[in-house]
Design a protein around this ligand. Structure first.
Ligand code: AMO
Length: 427
């Protein structure tokens, strides 16, 4: 039997229509002559009502066998109702059990067990309405990001995840045995995306990035989804303009979905976004000084500081022109030891970072040496710069962090289907 409708499609407009639904038994209530099944699917819930005299006898027999989380297909007729949630219910004419479920090892109905227990049983935990809302939204946001980038004439690419050189600092690499040699899991598509600007001009990639960060914080994963973009003939302000376009569309999607999100207890950041402030690093230090933080020039900001800056700039802002020493070797310098770089901060969390890049081979080599990196190890990358490398700029946006920040979650693991951290490689 084919699923003709999702629970969210069942509205009063369908009064009198026959539908076929499929999903899971969320709740069973037996009031004698009237019995209720609350059916869940990804999109929400709908009430199925069984009434003596109205509902066929064989449907009652199926009801008596049902447990919560059994998988069922239901054929029935939609009717408007004064008492049912959302003003609509379905009177089943047939129910088929596709699979039985044992009692669940954790409560998904009323309690919220601790995160460790939930992650241990992650597939079951994902049935929780809040998680369904988070990950349905995640997909919608990804679509907006892709659409925006397509609109700006970017092409989507895939670069290798097995690599030989570090891009974001050597200490955070996971080694892998690659036949007779050691290779590493990619920390970022940085070098490939830059190389591709010399041919495809504007590229983006959405894929996993691996970081062997030892510290186990609320905002760090060892594998996260990175949205990387890189464009020839652009500088950092041009790519910030693109991030701004992305953010405007993302915030719009959030506001379209705000009802469902609030229903499951989430407090999304929905602010009017016009121009996202671009705050110079030096100014941020000064403002933090006013608030009593003593930050030395050359220090990075903490989450606490970034949250404090929201007082001046709202919940979404860029910090720009970081000291060059704080940024990776490929970042273009500007005067006074600053760089053409930026971070995007949402709700105090660094969600993206990017820069104009160096496109001259000799400058790039010099920056490598300054950071103790041996240019010889980067020969295959550097060679590309000899044959027509355009000026270019880009960003890397942490998708799990973006969700975390937008939804006001307290841990990035809530925005990750199957988190990988220091103590978790399963499930
Ligand atoms: P960076 O290292 O700042 O820059 O990473 C870019 C963005 O990725 C996210 N992120 C993480 N998310 C979860 N867990 C982690 N361990 C983690 N590390 C990073 C953050 C961060 O802002 N190549 C550059 C980007 C560029 O310049 O284009 C880079 O990787 O949201």
């Amino acid at each position: 039997p084919k699923k003709t409708h999702w629970t969210s499609d069942i509205t009063t407009d369908l009064h009198g229509r026959e539908v076929t639904l499929a999903g899971w038994v969320w709740e069973l209530r037996d009031l004698g002559k009237v019995k209720f099944i609350v059916l869940r699917d990804r999109e929400g819930f709908v009430q199925l009502t069984l009434k003596v005299g109205k509902t066929p006898e064989h449907v009652f027999r199926v009801f008596s066998e049902l447990n919560r989380e059994d998988v069922i297909v239901v054929k029935g007729v939609v009717e408007t109702s004064k008492i049912a949630k959302r003003g609509v219910e379905v009177f089943p004419t047939d129910i088929t059990i596709l699979n039985k479920a044992k009692p669940l090892p954790l409560d998904i109905w009323s309690e919220t067990p601790d995160l460790a227990t939930r992650l241990k049983w992650r597939s079951i935990d994902l049935k929780r309405p809040r998680n369904l809302a988070v990950f349905s939204l995640a997909s919608k946001i990804l679509r907006e990001i892709r659409e925006t980038l397509y609109g700006e004439r970017f092409v989507e690419v895939f670069t290798p995840k097995i690599i030989v050189t570090s891009t974001e600092g050597g200490a955070e690499l996971f080694p892998v045995l690659y036949f007779e040699r050691v290779a590493y899991l990619s920390q970022s598509p940085q070098l490939y995306k830059e190389q591709l600007t010399a041919s495809l001009e504007r590229v983006f990639e959405i894929g996993p990035a691996f970081r062997a960060e030892k510290h186990n914080t609320d905002y760090h994963l060892n594998e996260f989804i990175s949205v990387d973009a890189e464009a020839a003939f652009m500088n950092y302000h041009d790519v910030m303009d693109i991030l701004e376009k992305i953010m405007k569309r993302v915030v719009l999607v959030l506001s379209e979905n705000v009802a469902r999100l609030r229903e499951v207890g989430l407090m999304p950041v929905v602010t009017e976004l016009d121009k996202i402030p671009r705050v110079e690093y030096d100014e941020a230090i000064e403002k933090l000084g006013q608030l009593g933080y003593s930050v030395k020039w050359g220090d990075d900001f903490t989450v606490e500081m970034q949250k404090a800056l929201m007082r001046f700039y709202g919940s979404v802002y860029f910090i720009i022109d970081f000291p060059a020493s704080l940024r990776p070797f490929y970042t273009k310098r500007k005067e006074n030891d600053r760089s053409e770089s930026y971070d995007l901060i949402i709700n105090g969390i660094e969600v993206a970072s990017g820069a104009t890049r160096i496109h001259k081979r000799d400058e790039l080599e010099e920056e490598m040496r300054k950071r103790g990196l041996d240019p010889k190890l980067f020969e295959s990358h550097l060679a590309v710069f000899d044959y027509g490398m355009p000026p270019h700029a880009g960003f890397g946006l942490g998708f799990n962090r973006l969700l975390t920040a937008l939804l006001g979650l307290d841990n990035v693991r809530h925005a990750t289907l199957y988190p990988r951290d220091r103590y978790r490689v399963e499930p």
